[in-house]
Design a protein around this ligand. Structure first.
Ligand code: LLP
Length: 404
């Protein structure tokens, strides 16, 4: 059983490295990966960590060490993966809206490529013909995911080639003798219902006869984790069971083997991460007690961008009387991390931990208001180590050039 990092451990880290600081516990990442492997033990499955969730190279190194593959949404993520030491065959690259030159770069690295548009598929065909196996990202017209901003498979989504364009795809495949090795459908993030994945599987059943060389079926990421107590999560055991039945059926029909690929981001790193902040100011008036912390939407944008709920605790006072607080950042627009949260009495100088911040936390941070990006600390086998220094003033000027 995994135990989250204690208030004491997080406070110690905050005292040593200062705040705001992101803290990642590698034990939790390993634990999540073990869960996947345990549940999918009997199933022909490969997992590719969706590195867009968190690309610190020390996290990537841990992902490599535990034997997980990596999924990249940009050429630079692929280069970070190569830099970390991943073999190209364990790297998957699925980008969208990109210039073909980026796909050429990915091909030069030798990674698996999923193509997201007819136009790039045609360019790929012209350049590579049958010589480079490739996957196609399809848009299935399925509405799924935690909220519209993180839904990618619906019928007005920009992602993938609309399934209605199957004929156009097949014409290109024929014209250029393309080697279509994989089909890819990612419907969104925070998908709690196994039925959504199985709907995608049904679509694959209909598509496979058109693609005789297909061997992997990529169902993307999107496993839901619990952001609050009793939050529904994706039932991984049920998913594995259903996928097993699905693959067995396919193999019987087609007399050959297929692999299912998944690209979990949040599932692997979300709960492993904490954002520890310090309370700068208390404002208590008219029944609203604001606890203003030394962070903001520049460091964790999820609450503001998706109305995401993140649990917050006062890790400096774990037993005092409880009271409702609204926790806000220090950015010059409304950046509320949580409203009316029952916390042990908060004093100026206390540390507040924001939980479940490993995925799309630091990764989506910015220097808005010319504030520094936070430091990152990794707890490996119980020992904290700095893995990214906090910005300093020179970082704000680094790429700016004076007019002559
Ligand atoms: N594969 C593809 C093709 C994706 O687009 C994504 C996420 C994933 C895998 C991983 O999804 P995950 O397992 O992490 O749910 N910033 C948002 C989430 C955006 C996800 C974008 N694509 C958030 O913080 O909720």
């Amino acid at each position: 059983m995994y135990k989250e990092l204690s208030a004491e451990t997080l406070s110690k880290i905050a005292n040593t490295y200062g705040t705001p600081v992101y803290v990642y516990d590698t034990d939790k990442i390993s634990h999540q990966f073990e869960q996947l492997n345990k549940e999918f033990a009997k199933t022909n499955t490969r997992f590719f960590y969706a590195s867009k969730a968190l690309t610190n190279i020390n996290i990537l190194q841990h992902i490599l060490n535990i034997g997980c593959n990596v999924d990249c949404s940009s050429i630079n993520e692929a280069k970070l993966a190569i830099h970390t030491g991943f073999e190209p065959t364990n790297i998957l690259y699925t980008s969208n809206g990109i210039d073909f030159s980026e796909i050429e770069e990915a091909a030069a690295l030798g990674v698996h490529i999923n193509i997201d548009s007819l136009s790039n598929l045609e360019k790929f065909g012209k350049k590579f013909g049958h010589s480079y196996p490739v996957g196609i990202r399809l848009r299935p017209n399925i509405m799924a995911g935690g909220n519209l901003k993180i839904s990618t498979g619906h019928q007005s989504s920009k992602f993938g080639i609309p399934i209605e364009q199957l004929n156009e795809i097949l014409q290109l495949v024929k014209k250029y003798n393309l080697y279509i090795r994989g089909l890819h459908i990612h419907t969104g993030s925070e998908i709690k219902d196994v039925a959504v994945f199985m709907k995608v599987a049904d679509i694959f059943v209909d598509l496979i006869p058109h693609f005789p060389e297909v061997s992997f079926l990529d169902l993307g990421g999107g496993f839901k984790v619990a952001y609050k107590e009793k939050d529904p999560t994706t039932d991984i055991a049920e998913l594995a069971h259903e996928i097993n039945i699905f693959l067995t059926g396919l193999e019987k029909t087609h007399l050959r083997q297929f692999e299912c690929w998944f690209e979990p981001g949040k599932y692997l790193v979300s709960e492993a991460g904490y954002l520890v902040t310090k309370v700068n100011v208390l404002k208590d008036f008219n029944n609203i007690a604001f606890a203003g912390v030394d962070s903001g939407l520049n460091h964790l944008i999820r609450p503001m961008m998706y109305d995401a709920y993140h649990r917050i605790e006062n890790i400096s006072n774990t037993s005092g009387n409880k009271k409702n607080y609204t926790i806000t950042g220090n950015i010059c627009e409304t950046d509320t991390f949580g409203s009316d949260r029952l916390l042990h009495e908060v004093r100026e100088g206390d540390f507040l931990a924001i939980y479940n911040a490993g995925a799309y936390g630091f990764e989506m941070s910015s220097n808005y208001n010319a504030r520094f990006k936070p430091a990152e600390v990794m707890v490996k086998e119980g020992i904290p180590q700095l893995i990214r220094k906090r910005d300093v003033f020179a970082d704000l000027l680094r790429n700016q050039t004076p007019l002559i």
